[in-house]
Design a protein. Sequence first.
Length: 209
Amino acid sequence: MSPAQGHLYLQLCAPLGIFYLNIWERGKMKKKLLVYVPIILAIILADMLTKGALLYAITGTVPVYGAAWEIVPVPYLMWHVFDWFNIVFTWNPGASFSMLRSVGEFAPILIVIATGFIIGFIGYYLFMRAEKYERMPLALIMGGAIGNLIDRVRFGAVVDFLDFHIGGAHWPAFNVADICICVGVALYILNWYMARRRCLASVRTKKVK
């Protein structure tokens, strides 16, 4: 990643930080922060530790910043674990599960911009408007999104290392952040469906009465 790209990323992230600081100062989300910020931070920490451990195993160091392909200049490494699971190493300049890799050199910038807006929206909704059943799923999604965003800002690409497969059919490699995002989305849909069913049942009960 070039210094110019790093400066651009900081310019994009700064307004989000200012926005959340203003909300904090107004005291509108302190209570919810006490519960959900540690969860988000724990996800980010777990994601960074697993990626950092893999980078250390390969390079002997834990790089803080630099161009992805200069840190590990190989496209793919693999360690066999089970017949259905491998630990791999690959740089992913695209989105989760290697989506958008074909966009090319502009993928990191486009994804950082999109991710920044998504994180901003999720954070605002989580801390200001979300219903109780929505908060944990949104915290999982936000933690995972920030985890991958940190990689993009530091390296211009995301470390993917979990490879599940059946025979020769491999699911695209992913990481801890991707798991949290997917679990969060699944829980959000499930919780929304259950809440909707409860609401409809309540309406029917009132009509019967």
